[in-house]
Write a protein that binds this ligand. Sequence first.
Ligand code: T5A
Length: 221
Amino acid sequence: MVMADWPGIFVTFEGPEGGGKSTQAERLANRLESTGRTVVRTREPGGTPVGEAIRRLLQHDEVGHDLVPEAELLLFEASRAQLVREIILPALLRGDAVISDRFADSTTAYQGYGRGEPIEPLLAINEYAIATAVPNVTFLIDVDTDTGFKRLAERYSGGPADHDRFERETREFHEKVRQGYLALSKRWPDRFQIIDGAQDVDSVSDEIWNIFEARSAARSS
Ligand code: T5A
């Protein structure tokens, strides 16, 4: 993958369900904005009108239940290709900070390691979808499957209908996803920062902020 030299900074949050990605993406964005930085917040699947329509199909629409694994994978990539070209690359070229709640590593972890789609061809499709938008830093918020499940159970008091299609997958599936993420962090140790998501929310966000500041300083020196 070729990392482009844009003036902005691209940060992604990744990890298993319930680790705290959305919470921490929001906190980092707020903290950055309080320093005067322009922040573009986005999420996957979604982030554009096209992507949000794909998100509904993938996660909640009944028709999505019939998706074959190959179609599921390509829909995530279609949402990503749109997001990169419509939102992410223009923002990075303007010099903004882009913070994305999930990105291409989610496809490798869920569709690759979780569903068993072959990893190397999948990485090539990821590259096609993201073009030059390789994240500068990826925070992998790691929690064990039991902790992630417990947090989601606490959040949903309305029963199984509230859980999306992926949250209803087996424990074994989610364990494979988690191990997949850890394998990816070994493949790209410079980009990935593993964060222990079992800590309390403030400790996690302080750790992320310190790493972010150190990396920003290193980039501008
Ligand atoms: N997917 C996505 C693929 O299969 N392939 C792909 O290519 C892509 C992009 C997206 C789904 O799609 C799949 C993966 C996902 O299954 P989503 O709705 O975006 O679905 O779901 P997630 O990204 O998994 O988001 P979650 O909300 O489930 O988890 P988060 O964002 O990790 O956690 P968060 O911040 O929402 O927190 C969950 C709960 O835990 C609490 C929060 O208050 C909340 O109640 N919490 C903590 N509690 C204690 N201590 C902490 N440190 C806590 N941090 C948060």
